[in-house]
Design a protein around this ligand. Sequence first.
Ligand code: 8OZ
Length: 365
Amino acid sequence: MTTLFDALTCGSMKLANRVVMAPLTRNRAPHAIPTPLMAKYYSQRAGAGLIISEATAITQQGQGYADVPGLYAEEQIEAWKPVTQAVHDAGGKIVVQLWHVGRVSHTSLQPHAAAPVAPSAIRAQTKTVLLDNGVASFVDTSTPRALDAEELPGIVRDYVHAARNAIAAGFDGVEIHAANGYLIEQFLKTGSNARTDDYGGSIANRARLLLEVVRAVVDAVGAERTGIRLSPVTPANDIVDANPQALFDYVVRHLAPLKLAFLHIIEGATGGARELPDHPFNYTELKSAYRAAGGQGAWMVNNGYDLPLAEKALADGADLVAFGRPFIANPDLVNRLRVGGPFNEVDAKTLYGGGEAGYTDYPTL
Ligand code: 8OZ
């Protein structure tokens, strides 16, 4: 029987175990530049088989929150190098999560205070995080403008540019963030996409940008270094689709031939309920659709896992299990899982913004 503590080859990466540190936004990168404290934070968590970095903006336009890092400028590449080096020195693997927030942004974070961009000019009924002297405040997102079809090749190029920068910065690969109500998912889902061109309407049209981005990133850095995150039914950031099962079955069938290293699936509401009575979804069908289409990437599951649930997921055919909040409070989470705990609790007050407190000062066993 496979356990969480067994090794796995995932694309080009040899993972020491099946425990993944999920991407976690922490808002500790002033001016979008990673810091030495981030190197310490990630290296403390290098016992994970794989670390997925916090969501990282591919352009300033792709940024939607105060003090989240980017990977589009030379100084950002340089500042990420000590982070990836520290993780590697501690024996870990780390991929960067490539992020364009689309409409989940605020004019104050955009170049020239412009409106954020989206498939359609429909405002997300959600909040973003601004920081005032290090104190987080939650503000309504700004109304976006609809992207012209002619602008979309530029968005694809921005993903490719950031993916190449990731390899230059020493990352083992990239995860394309296509979840949680951000740009790619805004195109995918009916609630945010009212386009009448080749990027709206049918499932094939709504999935077009996602597949263009993935193909271009794969061409740039290799499928064996590329993964993707999907969240079929999350309501996060005011996102909804009329028929998510058909949509995501289509998406994974079309991802299958691209030979990605992993597919990372958020089950249920991100950071919340795993079962949504109003939005039923069959994840077994999703995985079967992927495997039946020849997809061989690692199947990574996420959301509210503990050891018993994780072991059941592995028995049911998952390859990797991602843990989010437990990794914030337990840098040595893999060891703690191995010995059955105990586990530190997360301090909610220090999640977003700040310094070492609630970041690099959680104790190991
Ligand atoms: C929490 C706060 C800000 C951003 C996501 C990148 O939901 C995020 C995020 C989470 O994917």
